[in-house]
Design a protein around this ligand. Structure first.
Ligand code: CP
Ligand code: NVA
Length: 310
């Protein structure tokens, strides 16, 4: 279903495509654990354009491509002519002549859309200022593993900055039919267009999405509490000011007291202990958080196999 298509946003996926990614990710993970190789991308090459830093995304895409029998090329903005002003539309057309797929991490979401418009090979969004779809698909797989129930029976609460993760959680929760609450300061709500689109998507699945400002009220009976950095990449200059604004949104023991007793806390990483999450809460949930990090590998293998496979 996804063959030859881009993966720019969870919103663009049909419900079948959305569930196909999660079930193939689960299957590929089980195969890898059983030592079974699956070289479905043999002879194929993925180009990975990074205009921002990364630990997990780079290593998991590169390793995933290798495990599927293909290879990956790390293309840093510092080395590409793109970084010296070559237009994205030219870069897209050139890279499409060499590669079978392009992954990009960048700032403006319009850059990914422009790349996808001009590329003739699938483009995968590996984080923009607006969205982080690969991470949220990964998180949903991790929730399935740890909660063992239907996603639609679960309540997930995001606490913190209404950023690219929050926007993608809205899209992911809408497709999964979940109850999702984002608790953010009033001036740091998720993107209004994303909220509108996600509310539309939610009608199809019965998901309940809400935006609030009180984190204590939000986490009541939560099955999953999730947070992210208060200052995303590109917002480093605002970090000190943000620390003050977001202080009431820290995920700590006291906040979690109102959640379900079996609540799990997730974090896409990197985490800033003492800011969005306390050391004790982080370490108490380390198993889930590092499964979440591992699952980037399996989820992205599924995305690459489905979009770039024959
Ligand atoms: N979570 C995530 O995308 O991590 P990196 O920035 O290290 O890739
Ligand atoms: N919101 C964070 C996510 C990092 C994976 C950022 O954009 O920096």
């Amino acid at each position: 279903m996804l063959k030859g298509k881009d993966l720019l946003s969870i919103h663009d996926l049909s419900l079948d495509e959305f569930h196909e990614i999660l079930s193939l990710a689960k299957e590929l993970k089980a195969m890898q654990k059983a030592g079974v190789q699956h070289h479905i991308l043999e002879g194929k090459t993925l180009g990975m354009i990074f205009e921002k830093s990364s630990t997990r995304t780079r290593v998991s895409f590169e390793t995933g491509m290798y495990q599927l029998g293909g290879q990956a090329l790390f293309l840093s903005n510092r080395d590409l002519q793109l970084g010296r002003g070559e237009p994205i539309k030219d870069t897209a057309r050139v890279l499409s002549r060499y590669l079978d797929g392009i992954m990009i991490r960048t700032y403006g979401h319009d850059r990914v859309e422009e790349l996808a418009k001009w590329a003739s090979v699938p483009v995968i969004n590996a984080l923009t200022d607006l969205l982080h779809p690969c991470q949220v698909l990964t998180d949903l797989l991790t929730i399935q593993e740890h909660k063992g129930s239907h996603l639609s029976d679960l309540k997930m609460v995001y606490v913190g900055d209404g950023n690219n993760m929050t926007n993608s959680y809205l899209y992911g929760a809408a497709k999964a039919g979940m109850t999702f609450v984002a608790a953010t300061p009033p001036d740091y709500r998720p993107d209004p267009t994303v909220v509108k689109n996600a509310m539309e998507d939610a009608k199809e699945t019965g998901a309940t999405l809400s935006l609030v400002t009180d984190p204590h009220e939000a986490v009541k009976d939560a099955d999953i509490v999730v947070t992210d950095t208060w200052a995303s990449m590109g917002q480093e200059a605002e970090h000190d000011a943000r620390k003050k604004i977001f202080a009431p949104y820290q995920v700590n023991k006291e906040l979690l007291a109102a959640a379900d007793k079996r609540v799990i806390v997730m974090h896409c990483l990197p985490a800033y202990r003492g800011e969005e999450i306390t050391e004790d809460v982080f370490e108490a949930n380390a198993d889930v958080i590092f499964d979440e990090a591992e699952n980037r590998l399996h989820t992205q293998k599924a995305i690459m196999a489905l979009t770039m496979g024959d």
